[in-house]
Design a protein around this ligand. Structure first.
Ligand code: HEM
Length: 420
């Protein structure tokens, strides 16, 4: 493989794994000029950086904002003016969890962790199962379908809407707005018109969520917004401001549903490509759990996230200085042969399959992982209970990833099957 190969090259975005292997073997911490960041691909080095939060900070908001600034600068003056108007009307959003370091990070994290306790997740199981069963009807009513649009996409979206407590009459707008919010992880260029629409949708989503926070403060219910609205920040003895609540809710929408959709899609593709697995894991909750970890490992929905270097350091053999950006590639670490034997194979008997880094690690370990795992474990159990002989539908182009640097999604997956 050519040393000039860039991870942001179109074909590499679609098929990054050969490039990841090359980087792990030859330059596990390598500067990528197009990103202005050092790309980290080896498992031990990714973990080392995640764990050393003093040296590798999560306060990298500026890096993500850069693509928006470029889009703004390139927009025509009338579009810029509309964007300025919309921005003025928006509630400013402070960083809360993902892009904050300790000790502030811990304050928010311990408040939000109330939403994902074992008992909260268990309490939601019937609701999650009900959504899965309802959307399975989209599949069992026919013999072939686009699995992503009929199941993989609507299930996590419906579940996050239900868990948050979005009223039925606001669902149509919420579904559109939540999907637009998740697009932030794509870092893909937008047309001026799309920029304005995206900004207006974000403003209306803010209005809806603030209204719900206020309503739930007056009349709490059994949903996540009620818990968030009525909990107090540790040590400060006060409720969240609107901006803080929006920041947390926004992270759920950005990080919380299309990531799960991604694993539904890639997991189903693994089942189609390894048909013997369908019978092997059907009805076996434990094997399905390992299968889900393997799907997360092999096709990590969040391929990577940045960190900001705070002081002089050496990662692997590479010297870094304060102000450098590094880009951790969870997707590359998860296929590191130094950590996982036969890393490109799905192995439902793999010991320590849970060591995969798709949810990150350390203080920023995905707070929604218990919910995502619950959806995926129950989802694949139910799918295999009702469908057999699942295969790719002939006559369609081979399933292809979306060319995105952060979120690795499979937008469509045409499958055929028999209903059991
Ligand atoms: C398969 C599904 C999911 C994947 C692969 C995923 C992946 C990740 C990753 C890699 C991180 C760590 C970020 C870092 O290292 O800085 C993270 C953090 C986070 N995730 Fe998830 N996520 C998933 C589902 C969810 C769900 C369902 C929710 C909430 C409803 C959620 C909410 C969050 C939040 C709020 C954080 C920030 C935590 C912190 O900084 O302390 N995620 N996620």
């Amino acid at each position: 493989m050519n040393d000039a190969v860039s991870l942001v090259d179109y074909n590499t975005l679609l098929h990054p794994y050969a490039a990841y292997k090359h980087l792990r073997d030859t330059a596990p911490v390598k500067f990528e000029p197009l990103l202005s960041a050092y790309v980290v691909t080896r498992y031990d080095l990714v973990r080392e950086a995640i764990r050393d939060t003093q040296t590798y900070s999560s306060e990298y908001d500026g890096f993500l904002a850069k693509s928006q600034e470029i889009a703004f600068a390139n927009a025509p003056p009338d579009v810029q003016q509309r964007l300025i108007d919309v921005n003025k009307a928006m509630t400013p959003i402070p960083p809360t969890m993902l892009t904050l370091d300790e000790p502030k990070h811990t304050q928010y994290r311990s408040l939000v962790s109330k939403l994902f306790t074992v008992s909260e997740v268990k309490k939601a199981e019937n609701m999650v199962q009900a959504v899965i069963d309802a959307k399975l009807g989209n599949l069992t009513s026919k013999k072939q379908a686009d699995f992503v649009t009929e199941f993989g996409f609507p299930v996590p979206l419906r579940i996050i809407g239900d868990r948050l407590g979005i009223p039925e009459e606001d669902r149509t707008f919420f579904d559109v707005a939540a999907t637009a919010a998740a697009s932030a992880l794509r870092l893909s260029p937008l047309t001026p018109q799309q920029l304005v629409e995206r900004a207006e949708t974000a403003l209306n989503l803010q209005k809806l969520l603030i209204r719900l926070v206020e309503e739930r403060r007056r009349e709490p219910r059994e949903d996540m917004i009620s818990i968030l609205a009525n909990s107090k920040l540790e040590g400060l003895d006060r409720h969240l401001t609107h901006g803080e609540a929006l920041s947390i809710l926004n992270q759920f929408l950005v990080a919380g549903h299309e990531t799960t959709t991604s694993t539904f899609g890639w997991g189903m593709l693994l089942l189609c490509r390894n048909p013997q697995l369908q019978d092997e894991i059907r009805g076996d909750a434990k094997l399905i759990r390992t299968f889900v970890e393997e799907a997360l490992r092999l096709e990590s929905p969040v391929q990577g996230l940045p960190r900001l270097v705070t002081r002089e350091s050496t990662l692997g053999d590479t010297k870094l200085k304060a102000g450098d950006m590094i880009m951790l590639r969870y997707g590359a670490a998860n296929r590191d042969e130094r950590q996982f034997e036969a890393p490109d194979e799905v192995d439902v008997h793999r010991e320590k399959a849970g060591m995969q880094l798709a949810f990150g690690s350390g203080v920023h370990f995905c707070i929604g992982a218990p919910l995502a795992r619950q959806e995926l474990n129950l989802g694949f159990l139910a799918i295999l209970d009702r469908l057999k002989n699942i295969r790719l539908t002939e006559g369609h182009p081979a399933p292809e990833a979306e060319p995105s640097f952060i979120l690795r999604n499979l937008p469509h997956l045409q499958i055929s099957y028999e209903v059991r």
